[in-house]
Design a binder for this molecule. Structure first.
Ligand SMILES: *Cc1c(COP(=O)(O)O)cnc(C)c1O
Length: 328
């Protein structure tokens, strides 16, 4: 990847003259079945741009529990676009009924107008959970009937595709805009993409500029993305198998809340039930033995597998964690 970056052909992307960025944008647009795609420095800016393109200040946005847009973007939706979020459903997932119930009618004397629904797939804080596609389709048809725009925060959509065998086009179909990250499972140092219609992406180009994300010789970064799509896309299921292995080791440990069937992609999420045990303490014990896990809440731990850890390392990590959890 570093070698590909070093030898990338580049130009000034602010003038649309970077051949590596241009070819990446075409490649990802076609992967996602959209007219156009646009390169971004981060998934957060991708999300914020989509929100800004698809809403107006004062609008209401329907979104799942513990969404990245609500929890991990430092309140940017309120600050950049002046929207409010209405959280619907449970565990990051929701149904068409939840959309209908959560939607506030427009032109009402007191209601904020609901104009957008956001699906996060896979769902980060739900431990990499896949949003079932039958539910996605029903949510989208409810959204259409209610005249809501639809955004897919697909930062981890490549994992959904790997886990379910569905195509990226099928997963992205029906959404006005779709964001995907190159810097998660695909292993790029930098980069996310936003895809949608030509009109939506034309608007996104100006918003990206406004947010300070228009770059110059970004082809160095686009070359990393091309490399990742060539080499790292088809190995994502290895990460999923490795997460499963870790899950099997910790499964059945006392005083944790964990369901092995919740390991659908490259993450393992579990909760410590004992009040005298904290996620920080477990993470510190694991770190002492070379295993890095994320305390995701006072008693919640998230583990992510990725291309820099192999099967053997994950088996070992699972053994170490299992010992820690069983010896508390
Ligand atoms: C990581 C992530 C993002 C944001 O990506 P950054 O590049 O870290 O800003 C957005 N949405 C989801 C679901 C993510 O997992």
């Amino acid at each position: 990847m570093r070698a590909a970056m070093a030898s990338a052909s580049v130009g000034d992307d602010q003038y649309g003259e970077d051949p590596s960025v241009n070819s990446l944008q075409e490649r990802v647009a076609s992967l996602l079945g959209k007219e156009k795609a646009l390169f971004f420095p981060s998934g957060t800016m991708t999300n914020q741009t989509a929100l800004n393109v698809l809403t107006r200040p004062g609008d209401d946005v329907l979104i799942g529990d513990e969404a990245h847009l609500v929890w991990h973007e430092t309140g940017a939706g309120a600050m950049n676009s002046g929207v409010q979020f209405t959280v619907i459903g449970e565990g990051g997932l929701f149904t068409a009924d939840d959309v209908v119930e959560g939607c506030k009618v427009r032109d009402h004397i007191v209601f904020p107008p609901t104009t957008l629904v956001v699906v996060e797939n896979t769902h980060n804080r739900a431990g990499g959970a896949v949003f079932p596609q039958t539910d996605v389709e029903k949510v989208l048809s409810a959204a259409r009937a209610l005249k809501l725009a639809a955004y897919l925060d697909g930062a981890r959509l490549f994992n959904t595709a790997a886990a379910t065998g569905q195509t990226l086009q099928a997963l992205a179909a029906g959404f006005d805009l779709v964001g995907v990250s190159l810097s998660k499972g695909l292993g790029c140092p930098v980069g996310s993409m936003l895809a949608g219609s030509s009109d939506a992406i034309r608007a996104a180009v100006r918003v990206r500029r406004r947010f300070g994300g228009a770059m110059r010789q970004a082809g160095i970064l686009a070359a990393a993305a091309h490399y990742a799509l060539d080499h790292n896309l088809n190995r994502l299921s290895e990460d999923h198998e490795n997460a499963r292995r870790i899950g099997e080791h910790i499964n059945g440990a006392p005083r944790i809340r964990f369901d092995l069937s919740s390991v659908q992609t490259n993450m393992v999420l579990f909760h410590l039930e004992a009040r005298d045990n904290s996620a920080e303490a477990v993470a510190a014990k694991a770190r002492e033995q070379g295993v890095l896990v994320a305390p995701f809440g006072p008693r919640t731990i998230r583990i992510a597998t990725h291309l820099n850890v192999d099967r053997q390392q994950c088996e070992r990590a699972g053994e170490i964690l299992s010992k820690i959890l069983r010896s508390w």
